[in-house]
Each structure stands twice: as C-alpha cells, then as structure tokens.
Write a protein that binds this ligand. Structure first.
Ligand code: MGP
Length: 250
C-alpha cells in the first residue's frame, strides 16, 4: 500500500497532559524533560503511514479544515502494556493492558498522556506489541523468537533512556523495518536500578538475515555506535547466569 509522510505540524497538536500510567515518581522532572525533548519535526516526517485517511469523527464541520479531522491509519493495531514487578505475585499477573491504538494521532495522544520511561519507578516495564501478541516468551508469536537488547549506559541515563524508547516506538509504529516489519512483534523498556534496558522482539530467531537487518535499522535509528546482541527467548527464559549467549551481533 502506498505510504506518505506525517505532516510536521502534528507536533503542535501534541497534548501536554500526563496521567494514566503515572506512578508519580519524578513526575515533574519527567514532564519538564518531555517539554525539553519535543521531537523535532523531522521525526514526525520520518514516520511512514498509509495514505488512506480514516475519518473516525465521521463529520466534517465547515469551520474546521477537513484535514484536521482526519486520522492517519497505521499498518497494525498496537497495544501498550505496563508491568510493575511484585515478588508476591506471579509475573503474568503484574502485566496490565493500558491502551490500544491504530492511528498516528492516537499514538501521540497516548505517548503524551502517560509517564515517560524515565519517570517510572524501578521494576516497571512498558511493552508495545502488535494486537494479538501477548508480551511474553510463551506467546505462540514469541516462543520461537528473540530480542535485540540495548543496555542503557547508567551514566548517561538522562540523555539516553527516553530517547531510545521513543525512537524504538516510532520505528515499530512507523513501519521503518520495510519488508522485515512482519517479523517484528513489539518493543520493551525495563526500568531497573542495575541498568535500564530497551529491546525489540522478533518472531523467529532462525531468520538470521531478517533479524540482522532489523538490528542494523534499530542501531541506526537509535544512533548506536557500540554493538548490540540478539538473544533467543528460549535462552533468556532458561538462563542460569546473568549473561545469555548472543545468537547475532551487529
Ligand atoms: P525481566 O523483567 O525480563 O528482566 O525478567 P530483569 O528484571 O532485568 O531480570 P534479569 O533476569 O534479566 O536480570 C525478570 C523476571 O520476570 C524473569 O526472571 C521472569 O521471572 C519474569 N518474566 C519476564 N518476562 C519477560 C517473562 C515472560 O515473558 N514470561 C514469564 N513467564 N516470565 C517472565
């Protein structure tokens, strides 16, 4: 399907409110940072979207320009999940579905409504996965897959964490992986005292060329100079040391 760029003026429409998933940690700091980190226009332009508009409002009032009512559909519907570790409960029970969206506008509305990754408390995670894929190793779409893992340098957390997470979100939602996009399941950010992590999960760990390309595109989007490794979920879920064998490295 043909695609077009999102207009840069969309950045003016971004909401400044913050609620929903907000545990209050560092909220003010995070909000101030959000304002400082308003993505430049070119980030909006880089999101690829489908050309056919989806006017969910269904009404075009004469006083409002038609293009302002039009929502731009994404190729997939995405679900945002949140998890806060609680050692007294099974991991799965801590996982909560937050919201679903399938347009560029709803993506930004959600992103601007929730806490920044850097404002979450230790032990929290966000997961953004295609609708129909639960963000866990056991899901049939993940069971044969793996993840590109990016460890966030603790010393540069303020500068890197939110930037990496937003870049990864925009890359998956904006279909930046070309023909490999089908193999992408979702993205994750883990907020950890020992060091935050962001990762991109793919469906099939045996598709080396496809995974390598996804890794290279991710590296480029995040502006990484250092190498990153791909771990198979089967290894991660059965690990008995702090390291997991890298299946690929780019
Ligand atoms: P984690 O949140 O991926 O990493 O897994 P963390 O907290 O940095 O820990 P480390 O082991 O990488 O150092 C933490 C724990 O959450 C795992 O050991 C599992 O008990 C549980 N867990 C995490 N994930 C992603 C899954 C999953 O997909 N399925 C199940 N069953 N448990 C999971």
């Amino acid at each position: 399907m043909a695609t077009t760029d999102v207009v840069s003026s969309m950045s003016d429409e971004k909401e400044s409110v913050k609620s929903g998933v907000d545990d209050g940690t560092n909220s003010e700091q995070a909000q101030q940072k959000r304002e400082e980190q308003e993505p430049p226009a070119d980030q909006f332009q880089r999101m690829q979207i489908n050309e056919e508009p989806n006017n969910q409002a269904g009404i075009i009032e004469s006083s409002v320009p038609g293009e302002m009512l039009v929502k731009h559909p994404l190729q997939y519907r995405w679900v945002l999940w949140y998890c806060k570790q609680d050692r007294t409960k099974p991991w799965e029970e801590c996982l909560k579905e937050v919201a679903t969206f399938d347009t560029v506008e709803d993506f930004w509305a959600l992103y601007n409504h929730i806490q920044l990754a850097s404002g979450l408390s230790w032990g929290s995670d966000y997961y953004l996965f295609k609708e129909g894929i639960r963000p866990m190793w056991e899901d049939p779409n993940n069971i044969e897959g793996g993840r590109w893992l990016i460890q966030v340098d603790k010393a540069r957390r303020n500068e890197l964490l939110d930037h990496y997470w937003l870049e990864l979100l925009m890359a998956v939602v904006g279909e930046q992986f070309e023909e490999c996009g089908e193999n992408v399941c979702g993205v994750v950010v883990n907020i950890r005292q020992k060091g935050d992590k962001v990762s991109l999960w793919t469906r099939d760990a045996t598709k080396e060329e496809m995974n390598r390309k996804i890794g290279l595109i991710s590296k480029q989007k995040l502006g990484l100079a250092e190498s990153i490794s791909y771990e198979q979920h089967r290894d991660t879920s059965h690990k008995n040391s702090s390291t997991v064998k890298a299946r690929l490295r780019v």
